[in-house]
Design a binder for this molecule. Structure first.
Ligand SMILES: Nc1ncnc2c1ncn2[C@@H]1O[C@H](COP(=O)(O)OP(=O)(O)OP(=O)(O)O)[C@@H](O)[C@H]1O
Ligand SMILES: [Mg+2]
Length: 243
């Protein structure tokens, strides 16, 4: 028996967990997970867990530079209103991290096992790829999955493989999000990553709902204060995810 794993399983018993995933990097997982969690926290206490051991984008998006406090109940979250944020970056600081797969699994188990998790609704930002994080996460809980892709065929191919893997392991994603799908201009919509048909086809083939998010160049101004962002990505996510 692995006591930390058991502790982590215990912490997540009865919680509703949404994981934002993609085998492809840079498609918007951290942005989407953060905005989904912010939307949810407008209505109820919500947790956001950053499982990206190497990127720690969530802390950067919210402009959090402190370390987690630890009480006798566990790792205490960073609070943004009703949102509780947990991140490996909040344990190690702004440092590079180099880990073997096994060590990485241990770090994730510990983060999940030792959090002082109070909220019943949890959003998880995951790293790109299909490595140790995914395997560890699956040992602990069965999340509802939002699978993120760009409409680009290169991204879609990688994401389809992750989709097949998830289906093989008994997880059917709730939604496929085609991020950065279009840009609104004075002269109408443009589609920088190609037309949206292949994403729709992927959803159709596997019976999964597909939703699209616009490109919002203004999001760049909100890195470090994403809690102040109220633009079109956030508004669209509010319509897609009613939790
Ligand atoms: N809809 C969007 N419109 C404009 N920019 C976006 C949009 N979604 C994400 N971005 C930008 O794209 C970049 C990558 O986003 P993000 O870090 O959220 O992706 P990621 O999938 O989490 O990346 P990684 O795989 O490295 O974890 C960021 O600069 C982010 O601001
Ligand atoms: Mg990320």
């Amino acid at each position: 028996m692995n006591p930390i794993l058991e502790l982590a399983k215990e912490r997540f018993k009865g919680k509703k967990v949404f994981a934002v995933m993609s085998a492809k990097g840079g498609v918007g997982k951290s942005t989407i997970a953060s905005l989904l969690a912010l939307n949810s926290s407008e209505k109820r206490g919500t947790a956001l867990i950053d499982l990206d051991v190497y990127g720690n984008s969530v802390l950067k998006l919210f402009g959090i530079k402190k370390l987690h406090e630890v009480s006798k109940e566990g790792i205490e979250p960073f609070k943004i209103g009703n949102l509780s944020i947990y991140s490996v970056g909040g344990l190690v600081g702004d440092h590079y991290v180099v880990l073997t797969g096994k060590q990485e699994g241990g770090v994730i188990e510990s983060l999940l096992g030792f959090t002082n998790l109070k909220d019943d609704l949890v959003f998880i930002d995951t790293p790109p790829g299909m490595g140790e994080e995914l395997l560890t996460l699956k040992r602990i809980l069965k999340p509802e999955v939002a699978l993120v892709t760009l409409p680009s065929r290169l991204s879609l191919k990688t994401v389809e493989q992750m989709l097949i893997y998830l289906l093989d392991t008994g997880i059917k994603p709730k939604v496929i999000i085609g991020n950065m799908a279009f840009l609104e201009t004075k002269n109408g919509l443009i589609y920088p990553f190609g037309n949206l048909e292949p994403v729709l086809k992927l959803g159709e083939e596997y019976g999964i709902r597909v939703e699209f998010l616009p490109i919002d160049p203004s999001i760049e101004d909100f890195i470090g204060r994403i809690q102040d962002y109220s633009g079109c990505i956030k508004v669209t996510l509010k319509r897609i995810f009613v939790s």
